[in-house]
Design a protein around this ligand. Structure first.
Ligand SMILES: Cc1cc2nc3c(=O)[nH]c(=O)nc-3n(C[C@H](O)[C@H](O)[C@H](O)COP(=O)(O)O)c2cc1C
Length: 511
């Protein structure tokens, strides 16, 4: 029988008694947006695992819940009977004040970066800078670090294990030198190109990245508007913090989006999402299937940022909390429910049953898989990526995979569009990837940090240094004319760079 709805208005004690007592797996209540929900029956099916809900049980969970759940999630997942009543703003204020953490929170609550400076470690807060003062992606990251929450920072910044791949992703570009030609007319400068037949103004695209509202309330919609401003493609994450409908609401005419999918254990959920995307094909022109993270990487920064919650669940006297799934950080919560049984034989046919949109495979990391991808007619592009170093640490930088493809199966480059992401910080990085055969270059953390540093203006800024730098670099490499329609012979070619000194070894060579 469903509980009788009632309204909590009045004394803090009454409110606390009513809500705060229900903080166990047997009876779990939370307050969201001023309403009290009984989520006990939902604990087992929460996509992020039950532990994270338990850590917020008996409390106002709005602040934690809001930035990581698209609007409509509550209505989709809870029956109307789960709403037990409303809480007045006054009571809520008292409750929130009463549940503020003690003045000395556990040391583990603060993010502890492996190598870089931490926002929490500084005694004197650094002054905030206006977006105009931020000249490159490093500046933008630094500014965002001052402004976003430690939880958001840890989630965005983190990478797997020792972050070796994350660092190498960028370092590798420094080992590639530009070969500058002279006495070439470089006045014409056109960065436009096309992806899967759709024109864009820049080869730089927004890689799919989850949870933009952790950085700024305008979230993915602001990134979409900034992408429109630069005529850039945006791939929307399966785990975006806004709905795919909201993100394209203010799309510019002809603006190009793709939608990224993590196929779920419950395939019906993924099929339902694909139906939604199919219905918005005027915006979403392809499905990007991410393959490089069948299990979440071990992102210790992200996990540390969540330790206080895990300890709170245990402290509340919940038995067996260690065995409850999920909760090891934002990343692990998001990955909970992601299928680990995808194969060439089963997944691509399954996708074909649910969408006729072109497929882009993201996370290709060997020339063997690039070659295999070419055998599937529905696959029109691949993204060479190691998930920004967030999946398997010591995975090779994607530019190595591009070099492998050039060496062992260069036909892939003419049969498929090859896009790349990971470690892009400078215009030179973009140009080098293009010279070596990539058609597009994705940036993952950049737009998130841009959003954190200055909302939409910050994202626009994150793109600006890259565009400006590309413009400068191509003056050295030769005018950039990317689109095949404009010139049959692109000017950016492998001979524009020295890549012979980039060490890469395939498993075949190592054997
Ligand atoms: C915070 C964050 C969230 C991400 N979320 C997703 C995601 O939901 N789906 C996906 O395919 N890749 C995701 N990625 C990986 C990016 O698409 C991209 O591969 C990577 O960030 C590129 O590296 P970069 O950050 O050095 O540019 C995420 C990356 C970050 C940093």
């Amino acid at each position: 029988m469903s509980p009788t709805p009632f309204t909590f208005i009045g004394a803090e004690e009454k409110l606390t008694l009513a809500v705060a007592r229900h903080n166990t797996p047997d009876s779990c209540w939370v307050i969201l947006y001023g309403k009290v929900y009984d989520v006990t029956s939902f604990l087992g099916s929460h996509p992020g695992g039950s532990r994270i809900i338990l850590s917020l049980a008996g409390q106002d969970a709005t602040e934690d819940y809001d930035p990581v759940h698209p609007p409509g999630t509550l209505e989709e997942n809870l029956s109307p009977e789960a709403v037990l009543g409303t809480v007045s703003a006054e009571s809520l204020e008292k409750l929130n004040a009463a549940s503020q953490p003690s003045p000395s929170p556990p040391a583990a609550a603060a993010p502890v970066p492996a190598a870089a400076s931490t926002p929490a470690a500084k005694s004197e807060p650094e002054p905030l800078l206006p977006v105009q003062a931020l000249l490159n992606l490093d500046d933008i990251e630094k500014e965002a670090t001052k402004r976003i929450s430690p939880r958001a920072w840890a989630y965005y910044y983190s990478a797997s294990d020792d972050q070796i791949t994350k660092v190498r992703n960028n370092d590798v570009y420094r080992d590639i030198s530009m070969r500058q030609r002279v006495l070439v007319d470089v006045k014409a400068n056109d960065q436009s190109t096309s992806f899967l037949g759709h024109r864009v103004d820049t080869p730089v695209f927004v890689a799919p990245a989850a949870m933009a509202r952790l950085a700024h309330p305008d979230g993915e919609a602001a990134i979409a508007r900034a992408a429109a401003y630069f005529g850039a493609m945006m791939i929307v994450s399966n785990n975006a913090s806004m709905t795919p409908e909201q993100i394209v609401e203010a799309a510019a005419p002809g603006q190009l989006f793709g939608w990224q999918i993590y196929v779920q254990d419950g395939r019906d959920k993924s099929a339902a999402m694909l139906r939604r995307i199919n219905a918005m094909r005027e915006h979403y022109k392809f499905i990007c299937l991410t393959l490089d993270a069948p299990t979440p990487g071990k992102r210790e920064l992200d996990e540390r940022g969540n330790l206080d919650k895990v300890m709170r669940v245990a402290a509340a006297g919940n038995p067996g909390v260690g065995e409850r799934p999920g909760g090891g950080g934002v990343g692990q919560q998001l990955f909970f429910g992601t299928a680990a049984d995808l194969t060439w034989d089963t997944t691509l046919p399954w996708l074909a049953e649910h969408t006729d949109l072109p497929i882009v495979l993201k996370g290709v990391q060997t020339h063997e898989d690039a070659y295999l991808a070419m055998q599937y007619p529905q696959v029109k592009a691949i993204i060479l990526s190691n998930h920004g170093g967030r999946a398997c640490d010591t995975a090779a930088p994607p530019i190595h995979t591009l070099l492998e493809i050039r060496k062992y199966c260069p036909e892939v480059l003419s049969r498929l569009e090859v896009w790349i992401d990971g470690g892009i910080r400078r215009g030179t990085d973009v140009v080098k990837a293009l010279c070596l055969g990539a058609r597009g270059v994705g940036v993952g953390r950049g737009p998130l940090y841009g959003l954190g540093a200055g909302g939409q203006a910050g994202v626009e800024l994150a793109d600006f240094p890259l565009r400006e730098a590309i413009a400068i670099v191509i003056v050295f490499a030769g005018p950039l004319r990317l689109s095949a329609e404009q010139t049959p012979k692109p000017r950016l070619q492998p001979q524009c760079v020295y890549s012979v000194r980039v060490p890469f070894k395939t498993s075949a060579q190592a054997a």
